[in-house]
Design a protein. Structure first.
Length: 472
């Protein structure tokens, strides 16, 4: 498998080679053109001067231009022509035979060069002046072939030759130097890009490895992250995600451990009493009544527990598809209080209600379960002769239900924890026998299903459960 880093490296290498080659090609072209321009410009001057020389020579020797003959182009005239230009001259007949030469410095000129006709020699036939740049064993020669006519008859071709090797070598050195500079600069830039991009991909590789660990079911250590860019955000999200998964996993394990424990205790009691009752010589009437009562109450407790568990499991599958409708919550709350009248009377509780709104959008069955749990707890855990305050109000399109009670004290460290499953607070005077510690957990799930929130305010023995639900 090609890793991101390798793919990036290959792509960068490809771009690098391509850019260096094309840049060098462009530079080669540029230097070639500028060298040709330089030769053409120089040759043009040589041409002008040498033709001025020819005119001077003809005037001095009283020769008419139109009556020029091939024989006139002897070495004397040739020497005169090239005298003030730094070039060599050679006159060929139209067949390419050397007629005469004009040398400015015969000692340094390789006379063999005159034997080789310029590449474009025969193109001069159409009265065209041609320029050739030729490389003869490392010597760069500029050759200007000028057709000479007399009374419209071709006499021959005057070729002016100049050595441009030193100019060519100078250009070549500059070109090489530039090639080296460009290649090194590109190498540096691409290396910097590669190192920089490797820095970006490094945390992604770490992330990939850690994700593989998570997919195999383990929870890896947090990834150290200092960057705040997109990759940094990704790493932080991953850290948060694994933390949450870990917590959820732990919560699930605790949940099942607690269920087993909660079911085991009543089952042990029931089977214990049943065994005693089953003994042949058992005839204690009082114990029998007590034992049967315990069996009934433990069975009820188990029934309640199983019902709560069924609720929780149904709820988690319903959560996504809660069907919503207009729910008359004021009526529901009033009914829930009414059916508890006997216990309210029994504990001499003073119930104060304040309803600002009557209905909200929600799931009727679950909202009923939510208020039932909270009101049930409120009454169950209140001290006798105290006030229970139930309020429903609206703040910024949010319905706020609250129940304030005075009674069993919830320690401050339970403020958040109390909504977790199987969490109960033990206090003298309050039996925890019928309590499962699942009521508030169910409430929290219902509230989340309604995109709301549930909180608890504590002040000594005063507890205030607040539920905020979107009204529509
Ligand atoms: P359960 O009532 O079955 O124990 P809950 O989840 O409803 O389960 O409540 C968890 C614990 O929270 C209770 O055991 C009780 O200690 C505490 N609690 C709940 N409501 C109140 C309340 N209104 N006043 C005081 N304590 C409460």
């Amino acid at each position: 498998m090609l890793t991101i880093r390798k793919k990036y490296g290959i792509l960068l290498g490809f771009i690098f080679v391509l850019s260096v080659i094309s840049l060098n090609l462009i530079m080669d072209k540029f230097f070639d053109k500028s060298f040709k321009d330089l030769v053409a410009q120089d040759m043009k001057e040589i041409y002008n001067i040498s033709f001025k020389n020819l005119d001077d020579y003809l005037a001095l020797n009283s020769i008419e231009k139109d009556s020029l003959k091939e024989e006139d182009f002897d070495s004397k005239i040739m020497k005169f022509i090239v005298e003030r230009v730094n070039a060599q001259g050679v006159f060929y007949d139209i067949e390419g035979e050397v007629i005469s030469t004009g040398l400015t410095n015969s000692s340094v000129v390789d006379l063999n060069i005159f034997k080789d006709l310029p590449l474009s020699f025969y193109e001069t036939k159409n009265n065209k002046t041609m320029l050739d740049i030729e490389n003869k064993n490392g010597t760069i020669l500029g050759k200007l072939s000028i057709p000479i006519y007399s009374s419209n008859n071709p006499l021959g071709v005057l070729v002016l030759i100049k050595d441009y090797t030193s100019d060519y070598l100078r250009d070549l050195n500059i070109k090489k130097l530039l090639n080296i500079i460009v290649t090194s600069l590109f190498s540096l830039i691409f290396l910097a890009i590669y190192i920089f991009s490797s820095g970006i991909t490094k945390p992604i590789i770490v992330l990939k490895n850690k994700l593989l660990e998570v997919s195999k079911g383990s929870y890896p250590e947090k990834i150290n992250n200092t960057s705040k860019d997109e990759v940094g955000i990704l790493v932080n999200s991953f850290n948060e995600m694994t933390e949450k998964l870990k917590a959820k996993d732990q919560q699930e394990k605790n949940f099942y451990r607690n269920i087993t424990h909660e079911l085991k205790t009543p089952l042990t009691n029931i089977s214990g009493y049943a065994q005693i009752l089953n003994e042949d010589d058992f005839n204690d009437v009082d114990f029998k009544r007590n034992a049967l009562n315990r069996i009934i109450s433990e069975s009820n407790r188990m029934h309640d527990l199983v019902m709560s568990l069924l609720n929780i499991s149904k709820q988690s599958s319903d959560l996504e598809e809660y069907s919503f409708e207009m729910v008359k919550i004021k009526n529901i709350v009033q009914e829930l209080i009414e059916i508890r009248n006997p216990i309210i009377q029994n504990k001499s509780l003073n119930i104060i209600t304040k309803f600002e709104i009557e209905e909200i959008t929600g799931n009727k069955q679950y909202l009923k379960m939510l208020f039932n749990n909270l009101i049930d707890n409120g009454i169950k855990y209140s001290y006798e002769n105290t006030t229970v305050e139930i309020q429903i109000k609206e703040v910024d399109r949010i319905c706020e239900f609250s129940i304030t009670t005075t009674g069993k004290t919830i320690p401050i460290e339970f403020k958040e924890k109390i909504f977790e499953p199987f969490v109960r607070v033990e206090e003298k005077g309050f039996s925890s026998k019928e309590s499962s510690g699942l009521g508030l957990y169910i409430c929290k799930n219902i509230v989340i299903g309604h995109k709301g929130e549930i909180t608890l305010d504590l002040n000594k023995d005063k507890s205030k459960f607040i539920v905020k639900l979107p009204k529509d």
